[in-house]
Design a protein around this ligand. Structure first.
Ligand code: B12
Ligand code: SF4
Ligand code: SF4
Length: 258
């Protein structure tokens, strides 16, 4: 069943760009599975926020949580390297990927229901509290539980395909074997202190080695939203995700392979 689910998700994402005339290109989606009863979900109330939901809050009969990562094509990340403001391609990728994540979740919910299961979905973003800037369902924490990667100094979850891309997740009554979580760090700073490039790349005075000012970051994202107003709701930046070793690969795994 897992193979069928992953195959369905891959096929849906693969068919999306031509059908919807998307400007953005995506690499092969990564999919991770967590048990809805994984004790780490309860820990998210301490690690992420006290209001963080558990899978059963979204779906009383929750058995599995599926997280997926849609990596951007390299050209999208490369387009965002120069200058202080986000590139038009990066802003458009944000808008188009949010739309795709919503569609993937809706499609997979229907697919699961047709197979006799139930599912619950949450939006890709813009579901956060405007004052605290924290969401009650953090996709990257959920993806962490589902084994898709490890957190970097830039706050991103770094997957085997790097961190330039976006996450979605949904909860289902279908029981699936959970994935193992990677044991090794994926961030070079956390691995051996050899990198802090994301901090030097930050254009919003928001990211430091010992703290992150989410309000300063949001102010920078809102500046870009004003520049890309025609796209509607493109509160982006992402300078700390590009021209960094973890943009498109897990740099620790890459180094250990050499
Ligand atoms: C609110 C929000 C914002 C706010 C607040 C920033 C923030 N860090 O949360 C603002 C608007 C500023 C923002 C900015 C950005 N965001 Co944003 N945002 C969200 C949103 C809606 C909720 C995040 C949330 O509430 N997290 C819970 C809080 C408490 O945790 P946190 O801030 O993530 O910080 C945790 C980690 O650093 C973690 N951590 C660090 N080390 C370790 C180690 C371990 C073991 C663990 C367990 C945790 C951990 O600890 C912190 C607390 O738990 C999510 C979508 C969603 N619903 O999940 C997208 C999301 C996090 N954003 C994303 C992105 C890409 C961005 C931007 C790059 C903008 C852009 N698209 O150009 C910037 C990056 C800023 C940065 N460097 O962090 C992606 C991240 C993709 C990835 N690879 O991880 C997400 C997941 C959207 C998506 N659907 O993919 N964002
Ligand atoms: S740029 Fe370097 S320090 Fe920052 S998250 Fe990536 S690997 Fe870690
Ligand atoms: S998204 Fe921009 S402002 Fe926010 S931490 Fe990264 S570089 Fe800094």
């Amino acid at each position: 069943m897992r193979r069928a689910l992953v195959g369905e998700l891959h096929a849906f994402v693969g068919a999306w760009p031509p059908r919807h005339r998307a400007s953005t290109g995506w690499g092969v989606p990564l999919v991770g599975v967590a048990s809805a009863r994984d004790p780490l979900f309860l820990e998210l109330k301490t690690v992420a926020s006290p209001s963080h939901l558990c899978p059963a809050d979204l779906l009383p009969d929750a058995r599995s949580v599926i997280a997926f990562f849609l990596p951007f094509e390299r050209s999208t990340g490369l387009s965002n390297i120069s200058g202080d403001m986000a590139s038009a391609e990066w802003a458009e990728a944000y808008v188009e990927t949010n739309e795709l994540i919503r569609a993937v979740c809706g499609h997979m919910k229907g697919w699961l229901e047709a197979a006799g299961h139930v599912a619950a979905v949450t939006p890709p973003t813009h579901d956060f509290d405007e004052v605290t800037l924290v969401s009650a369902w953090s996709h990257r924490h959920v993806a962490f539980v589902a084994g898709l990667g490890r957190f970097g100094l830039n706050n991103m979850l770094i997957t085997e395909s790097g961190c330039c891309g976006r996450f979605g997740s949904f909860v289902t009554s279908l029981e699936l074997e959970p994935d193992l979580r990677p044991e090794a760090e994926a961030c070079l700073y956390r691995h051996d202190g050899s990198c802090h490039r994301c901090v030097t790349r930050c254009v919003g005075d928001a990211l430091f080695t010992d703290r992150f000012d989410r309000h300063a970051c949001y102010a920078q994202c809102l500046q870009n939203e004003r520049v890309h107003v025609a796209l509607g709701g493109a509160d982006v930046c992402g300078k700390c995700l590009v021209a960094v070793p973890c943009a498109f690969v897990d740099p620790v795994a890459r180094r250990l392979q050499r």
